[in-house]
Design a protein around this ligand. Structure first.
Ligand code: NCD
Length: 304
């Protein structure tokens, strides 16, 4: 599973259905608790991770499997071994690889080197498919977007280097009829945005989808959206960037937002959301995070 672009209707339906099945069962009360018995999943993270890594690990254990975890500090990478050779070695010891890498081509390259399935857990600023499935599942859970194909209005706030947004947009464009407004929070120049837009021609071609900047938000009296999807500014993906992220979701924002909207965020957050708002009923990213394990169980079920 390398990209959201390769996903079809059947696959999405199956993931949403199975995630909901796992979520509805109490922790070990389901027939798949031995599905991964005698199976070993390798977690290869070349970039930091809390939720993606631990939820995959937890999902493997809940399905009866085992994990081996790669650590660059204690591996032959330190002795100058190539990624290629590392992958060939790890392939001998497991049945599936979950991999995250800061360079966008590496996970795809890895999948060609080994003969076992590879799940992309984030490749640079390109994609984060399992996160997008969990985001779509959470949206579906709260608004039945996918199954009802309703015209929900979605506000996305982030920057063009956010891989979670890139992957989520692919799924939303492909499987829903939502109105999407993307507020770009960084100060990327127009050239960079145009280059990014080539990957998302829908923003140019359809009135339903719009791009805008922060002024757009500041000037709204009523923030009339069903779903707000926010990410932190991806500072590690910019060289010499002087943009200073500001708090965007604050009391003033919440006062203007619909009472029945939901706010999602892949986490981690920095200061883009005021932490004093965590008890607001519209803040649902802690529940979103919790759903990650059920969605990753559904993803693993697909492979075994
Ligand atoms: C995201 C990621 O790694 O891209 N986090 C995650 O997997 N939940 C988002 C981010 O780092 O901002």
């Amino acid at each position: 599973m390398l990209s959201t672009k390769e996903m079809n209707d059947n696959f999405i339906n199956q993931i949403i259905h199975n995630s909901s099945y796992f979520e509805s069962k109490s922790k070990l009360d389901f027939k798949e608790k031995d599905l991964l018995k005698n199976k070993i999943v390798a977690l290869l993270f070349f970039e930091p991770s809390t939720r993606t890594m631990f939820s995959f690990q937890s999902a493997v254990y809940r399905l009866g499997g085992n994990v081996i975890i790669y650590s660059s500090d204690y591996s032959s990478e330190k002795k100058g071994e190539s990624l290629n050779d590392t992958l060939k070695s790890i392939e001998c010891y497991c049945d599936l690889i979950v991999m995250r890498h800061p360079e966008k081509k590496k996970v795809e390259e890895a999948s060609k080197i080994v003969n076992i399935p590879v799940i992309n857990a984030g490749d640079g600023d390109k994609e984060h498919p399992s996160q997008a499935l969990l985001d779509l599942y959470t949206m579906d859970y709260y608004y039945k977007i996918y199954s009802l194909k309703s015209y929900n209005k979605i506000l996305i706030i982030g920057d063009i280097k956010s891989r979670t947004i890139n992957s989520l947009l692919n799924l939303l464009f492909k499987f829903t009829n939502c109105l999407i407004n993307y507020v770009i929070i960084d100060d990327s120049d127009r050239q960079e945005i145009d280059k990014w837009l080539e990957k998302f021609p829908m923003f140019n071609n359809n009135d339903l989808y719009k791009l805008s900047n922060l002024d757009y938000l500041n000037n709204l009296n009523n923030i009339d959206y069903d779903i707000v999807y926010m990410t932190r500014y991806q500072k590690e993906r910019y060289e010499d960037n002087i943009y200073i992220p500001k708090c965007i979701i604050d009391k003033n924002f919440m006062d203007r937002l619909n009472r029945n909207s939901i706010i999602l965020h892949p986490l981690p957050r920095n200061n883009e959301i005021d932490k004093d708002l965590d008890n607001d009923h519209r803040i649902l990213f802690f529940d979103q995070m919790k759903k990650g394990v059920f969605v990753r169980m559904a993803i693993l079920k697909h492979f075994f």
